[in-house]
Write a protein that binds this ligand. Structure first.
Ligand code: ME8
Length: 670
């Protein structure tokens, strides 16, 4: 029986459409799944959706539909994206799948029967708005630490899992299994967390407060806490999604891939749940880092959420995007995404180095040997030949080592090092010179044969990362095989492209992205507001932007007027200050206007802003914004407004001007 490899991603909340962060984890899991299949392992790759709980219930309420309809509507957004990104998951779980619900209820009943779940009264500070409890130390001046609204003392009866009983066992497990939590720094973080006494975990929510969840099998007035429900997907998914129940075949999981945001729930909640159920723990939980965008936290209100669909459409398919995400940042560390960074790396490494190598290798085979791989006299005449052969032959083991350690960027670096060496090989052996004289033919054939081996190694090792381009590469070099039966160690051999193989040079695999076209497209197209927004601070200083009076909307458009220049003195009359939104609500009977309470340091202002079509008031609370502080107060729909909020967009608001750093409220902006 082949060894098994069971890899999972988090199941994503269906409260919104998928973005680059979701794509990142899923692509990483896909690369591993594809790689392990190549090595002949029996792989199960599970991803899916977390459909219960407050976030989803609220999103459905905002959309004005029931939660199940909301989930059904959003699910294709994820499924289609995974298809578009060539994700080869074996299972797709939704926590509203009835068999999953049964497994969750079975787990709960089992724990209750063992007296590992009990009912108790809990008293704490409750924030009605956020629908959550806070402890004494969280609450300052009677306000919710999150939304700053007043909290109230509330007593609630709930069911608790005796998580505290497993603290010592969990600590010992982590200490005894160095690969259990990775990277090392995250492992230390969890051990640090376990220094404090572990509390029991509330695993229920009264239906009176939250109804969207799996009913407790032993109390119909409660639903299951969303995390208890969600974590169980890792075992329910292998019970009911494969053709036959495959729990024994795949459990314990080889790898749970998660973002660093949800490490504690996995390392602590899930591990103790498994211990309580007498099940073995997964071999590894790996917490990767966080993507920001152009140096900023990604958020809907900032308008900087990277849409993976758009990336694929804009930049020649999914492979470039898959490559970039895993090449740019060591897995485990945080990274910053920018389209400029993407274009630069794509052009340098894929279009130039790799694309050119393939292109010129195939062009020379076409020209000098009629598109047939020639028969070499010897393949390692010279030191330079031996170096190329040795480097290529060493590649599979190195890629295996790096991917086993989840060092995607190092695996790609090693592959790209072979690309560079091959380009140098061509430059130094100069086949075009050899082709000019008859006595050069023998050497030419050796050189061309050696060159033709490289695309074989490249497509075999790149396939997990670039499944589409690897397939094209394979076809162009004439390699007769299917990646479904190709074996990484057995088939990646020098000589795998044998003499006489017919090559079929096709279109360039990685067309260059012309930076000029790209910049033009960006400025002309829908990206316009983002680009302006990014540069807004600089532009204001540099070009002395005019500020068209728009008191009716209460916002300032970022459009820079061409014809109405002002002097620096004019500009200095305007006081821009950093403000923090303390509260926000809609102005009655207006779709557009929001009434904001803004903290400006020395004073608090009420500002009416025409941003209500773009933003829900709740999403603005706590945001740092830029305000024109010395604008004469005015009334908008009868509500006093004492300033203006800077936002981008002309007729429609596209995004708010925010700050990339935590800056003190009241700070001047100039
Ligand atoms: O937490 N950078 O779902 P979720 C990198 N349903 N990765 C990111 C990211 C970013 N900026 N943003 C999101 C949940 N991710 C729960 C999980 S599992 C039993 C339940 C990725 O939709 C990353 O993998 O909030 C992160 O852990 C996950 O999306 C959170 O997705």
């Amino acid at each position: 029986m082949p060894e098994t490899f069971y890899v999972t991603t988090p199941i994503y909340y269906v409260n919104d459409v998928p973005h680059i962060g979701h794509a990142y984890t899923t692509i990483a899991a896909d690369v591993l799944a594809r790689f392990h299949r190549l090595t002949g392992q029996d792989v199960f790759f599970l991803t899916g959706l977390d459909e219960h709980g407050q976030k989803v219930q609220q999103a459905a309420a905002r959309a004005g539909i029931d939660p199940q309809t909301h989930c059904d509507r959003l699910t294709p957004q994820f499924k289609n994206l995974w298809e578009k990104l060539n994700i080869s998951n074996d299972g797709f779980i939704r926590t509203t799948d009835p068999p999953h619900k049964s497994v969750v209820q079975r787990c709960l009943q089992g724990l209750l029967d063992k007296d590992l779940i009990y009912r108790a009264e809990y008293t704490g500070w409750y924030c009605t708005y956020d629908e959550r409890f806070w402890t004494e130390k969280d609450v300052e001046a009677g306000l919710c630490p999150d939304c700053k609204r007043p909290v109230e003392k509330l007593s609630e009866s709930n069911y608790f899992f005796r998580m505290s009983q497993f603290q010592d066992r969990l600590k010992a497990h982590i200490q005894g299994h160095p690969n259990f939590i990775k990277p090392e720094s995250r492992r230390n973080e969890v051990l640090g967390f376990l220094q404090k006494p572990l509390e029991d975990l509330s695993i229920s929510r009264p239906k009176s407060r939250l109804s969207w969840g799996i009913e407790l099998p032993f109390d119909r007035d409660y639903v299951t806490y969303v995390w208890f429900d969600a974590l169980v997907n890792y075992i329910s998914g292998i019970e009911f999604l494969p053709a036959q129940p495959a729990f024994d075949r795949y459990w314990p999981a080889s790898l749970h891939l998660v973002g660093k945001d949800i490490l504690t729930t996995h390392a602590v909640y899930w591990s103790t749940m498994l211990m309580a159920m007498n099940l073995p723990l997964p071999q590894t939980i790996f917490a990767h880092g966080w993507w920001t965008v152009n140096g900023e936290k990604m958020s809907k209100s900032r308008g900087n959420v990277v849409d993976p669909y758009a990336m694929v459409d804009k930049f020649h398919g999914s492979d470039g995007f898959r490559f970039f995400l895993l090449r740019e940042v060591p897995f485990g560390q945080d990274g910053d995404f920018s389209e400029e960074g993407f274009v630069n790396r794509y052009n340098a490494e894929l279009a130039n180095d790799l694309g050119n190598l393939l292109n010129r290798s195939l062009a020379m085979l076409e020209r000098y040997t009629d598109s047939l791989v020639p028969t070499p006299q010897t393949t390692t005449d010279q030191e330079i030949d031996r170096q190329l052969k040795n480097t290529a032959e060493a590649l599979p083991a190195l890629v295996n080592k790096h991917l086993t350690n989840l060092e995607f960027n190092k695996a790609l670096e090693t592959i790209l090092a072979l690309v560079q060496l091959s380009n140098q090989y061509i430059d130094k052996t100069a086949p075009w010179t050899l082709a000019k004289k008859p006595e050069g033919t023998a050497r030419l054939h050796t050189v061309l044969f050696n060159m033709s081996q490289i695309p074989g190694f490249l497509c075999g090792t790149l396939y997990p990362f670039l499944p589409v381009k690897a397939e094209e590469m394979k076809n162009q070099i004439g390699l007769q095989m299917s990646f479904s039966t190709f074996r990484f160690f057995e088939n990646l051999k020098w000589g795998m492209i044998s003499p006489g193989t017919q090559i079929r040079k096709g279109d360039p695999l990685f067309p260059r992205i012309d930076i000029k076209d790209y910049a033009k497209e960006t400025m002309d197209g829908r990206e316009e507001s983002k680009v302006q927004l990014r540069g807004v601070g600089k532009e204001v200083e540099k070009t002395q932007a005019s500020i068209p009076p728009e008191p009716a909307s209460g916002i300032i458009s970022s459009t820079l007027a061409q014809d109405s220049q002002i002097t620096i003195e004019d500009f200095q009359k305007i006081q821009f200050r950093v403000g923090k939104v303390l509260a926000a609500e809609r102005v009655p009977k207006s779709k557009k206007l929001l009434k904001l309470q803004v903290d400006l340091g020395q004073d608090q202002r009420q500002i009416v802003a025409g941003i209500g079509k773009k933003f829900d008031p709740e999403s603005l609370i706590g945001q740092l914004i830029v305000v024109v502080a010395n604008l004469k107060p005015t009334k908008l729909m009868g509500v006093e407004s004492q300033g203006m909020v800077l936002a981008a967009g002309d007729k429609e608001v596209q995004g708010l001007v925010t700050l990339s750093e935590e800056v003190a409220v009241g700070e001047k902006v100039k």
